[in-house]
Design a protein around this ligand. Structure first.
Ligand code: CTP
Ligand code: MG
Length: 240
């Protein structure tokens, strides 16, 4: 059984740019921002290369960034094949492009992980792999700590319609791991139905396969805004 990793890294980082002001709008996307002198994307790649069962990585990049980045990747000497594929308009398309390039057996495990979650730890990766082998589909998630409200957007603002019992809520992270046959089927069905989800699990859920949850970490943040960059720097400094 092989473990193949897909890393979508073709986003524009619009929320980061919007919050940073016009000054950085022209800067490279957030996955190339350096943390402790190393690009976020490289931090993330190193985490997965270090996992014994991982055989290769598919990296989705914007075509305009891919060519320039190849030498940087080669320089990293990651020790496992990193195959660059063209990213798409949406995260799901970027993952679909990578999945189309993957050659795998039905019971191989495909892990999908956001390029901008560099603080994932080896235990979480291993737990997702193990649960995906056992159940066919599993993701990392953390319990909700805030009270969760369902709202309706009205002309005058949001109005609460229900309070969702917190015990029934988890917040999805990545990695998300699936048997290759399970993920292929889910993507084929989503494409046929024109369904777009914000994670892979939502595609697998609608395809009728149960997705199990393993404990993620509050350190496994998705770097979205400038404040997240500061938090990631803090976590990094206090992890060694
Ligand atoms: N991603 C991608 N292809 C896209 C959009 C997103 O590969 N068309 C990737 C991002 O590079 C990131 C991950 O999906 O690693 C999670 O997306 P997100 O945090 O939303 O990043 P961006 O889309 O870049 O940011 P924003 O939504 O603020 O524009
Ligand atoms: Mg996005």
């Amino acid at each position: 059984m092989n473990v193949i990793v897909i890393i979508p890294a073709a986003g524009l980082g619009t929320r980061m740019a919007a919050a940073s002001g016009a000054r950085v709008v022209a800067a490279a996307s957030k996955q190339f921002t350096e943390l402790d002198g190393v690009p976020i994307l490289v931090h993330t790649l190193r985490k997965f290369v270090a996992v014994l069962q991982v055989s290769e990585i598919y990296l989705a990049l914007r075509p305009s960034e891919a060519a320039g980045y190849q030498p940087r990747l080669a320089q990293e000497k990651l020790g496992k094949p990193v195959r660059v594929v063209e990213g798409g308009e949406h995260r799901q398309q970027s993952v679909a492009h990578a999945l189309a390039a993957v050659k795998a057996a039905p019971d191989d495990v495909i892990l999908v992980h956001d390029a901008v979650r560099p603080l994932v730890d080896p235990e979480i990766i291993q737990n997702v792999i193990d649960a995906a082998v056992r159940h066919g589909a599993a993701i990392a998630a953390v319990p909700a700590v805030d009270t969760i409200k369902q709202v309706e957007r009205t002309a005058e603002g949001a109005v609460i319609r229900a309070t969702i019992p917190r015990a029934q809520i988890v917040m999805a992270q990545t990695p998300q791991g699936f048997r290759y046959d399970v993920l292929k089927k889910a993507f084929a069905e989503a494409e046929a139905d024109g369904f777009t989800g914000t994670d892979e699990a939502s595609l697998v859920e609608r395809s009728g396969h149960e997705v199990f949850v393993v404990m993620g970490s509050t350190r496994n943040i998705k770097i979205t805004t400038p404040a997240d960059l500061e938090l990631a720097e803090f976590f990094l400094k206090h992890s060694s």
